[in-house]
Design a protein around this ligand. Sequence first.
Ligand code: SDX
Length: 430
Amino acid sequence: METISLKDDQKEFSLPVVTGTENEKGIDISTLRSETGYITLDPGYGNTGSCQSSITYIDGEKGILRYRGIPIEELALNSNFIEVADLLIWGSLATREMGERFTNMLTDNALLHESLKHHFEGFPFDAHPMAMLSAMVNALSCYHPVLTKPHNPKEIEKAAAILISKIRTIAAFSYKMSRGEPFIYPKARYSYAENLLHMMFSLPHEHYEVHPEIKRAIDIILILHADHEQNCSTSTVRMVASSGANLFASISAGIAALWGPLHGGANQAVIEMLEKIHSGNLGVKKCIEMAKDKESGFRLMGFGHRVYKNFDPRAQILKELSAKVFDVLKHKDPLLDIARELEDVALRDPYFVERKLYPNIDFYSGIIFRAVGVPTNMYPVFFAIGRLPGWIAHWREATATNRLQIARPRQIYTGPAKQSYIPVDQRSHT
Ligand code: SDX
């Protein structure tokens, strides 16, 4: 077995090395503290592997992303979101029969229990849809108590069908609630993306016809968002799962983590940044300067990535897709021109080049959602809908053991040394 040595002034320690499919190397430090007394310190876990996983592979330096070994470019070209969901959760491409069965389960589970529907009346009309999504997924578990801790394949398939189908209905209903419009129910003959847009944009008196190219564009966007190995929200799902919490609670926590503007909330922040530039409150040059000035607290949203130090392959696909969607819709949007100008300027600026900051998945997704008529606060919701199969796959992988190990990181304490309690009448706060 390959090992690596660690030496301090007293002793030399030998630690095992774990090698991945693509020859990635990891130092197994699971016995480090007991053998050496040391722990490691890695705020943000940029250098720390939390697990071994067989779901998704990313090579950030080469801009490679593969789901179960299949390159994202091939899946975006040839597959569909439900087939990709199946691939991530079960590890191989479904046969035609298996695919049809899962699709029928999604159709059969598209409705919400009518009592669950009334929960929306408890939210203010302008509640952020991510708050509603996280709350409603947890509430959903009350209606499926048996499936909250699915373990055998049948239970996992049923729980996955319930979550993947109903998250779309919850998203559409939260959009309708925000507009004071009646809920529109799903139609059995519609595809996944088609039903999402139908439930959002149709009205009782006016049917929304989904353009085939737009249906395909949303399907591709959901494929691109479906998984991304140990990102913040997926690590959250695995962390919550490690305590023995149920699948629905783990997904609800993942939604909360995804909402942050540094993560899945970035797609909303990108459009808000582009709108600010377009409204004249911020010039492109000023934007770039602020992004380079640490004091400004401003970041170029949609740029940079913890893992990709090259182009995010998903951003490349979305950039081409945005041109196609605009062409189909005969749509013009000055924000697309501003986005392209920002990208051109940033990619030539030494600050971004030295730090290997490239457009990520969030830089172009918002532009497409905006062209389709999705409001900005729904962009992270579309991200969550896309990421759900990946979260389910990781929950399944993390809990597929009969000895669950709770995730509990250590720390280096830097607070006060031991001191005694001081009675309140002897305290003087200088
Ligand atoms: C997603 O992890 C995933 O896989 C996430 C995701 C997924 O599919 O799950 O890919 C989805 O979350 C994409 C990222 C969306 N977020 C944004 O677009 C927000 C803007 N991006 C940044 O906040 C940042 O790039 C992060 C959060 C994405 C990554 O941050 P890191 O890896 O912690 O990098 P860092 O903050 O240590 O930055 C390194 C340097 C710093 O400068 P120095 O201290 O070295 O001088 O780069 C600078 C940073 O200040 N920097 C930026 C920047 N991103 C990094 N400077 C200006 N604008 C930016 N966007």
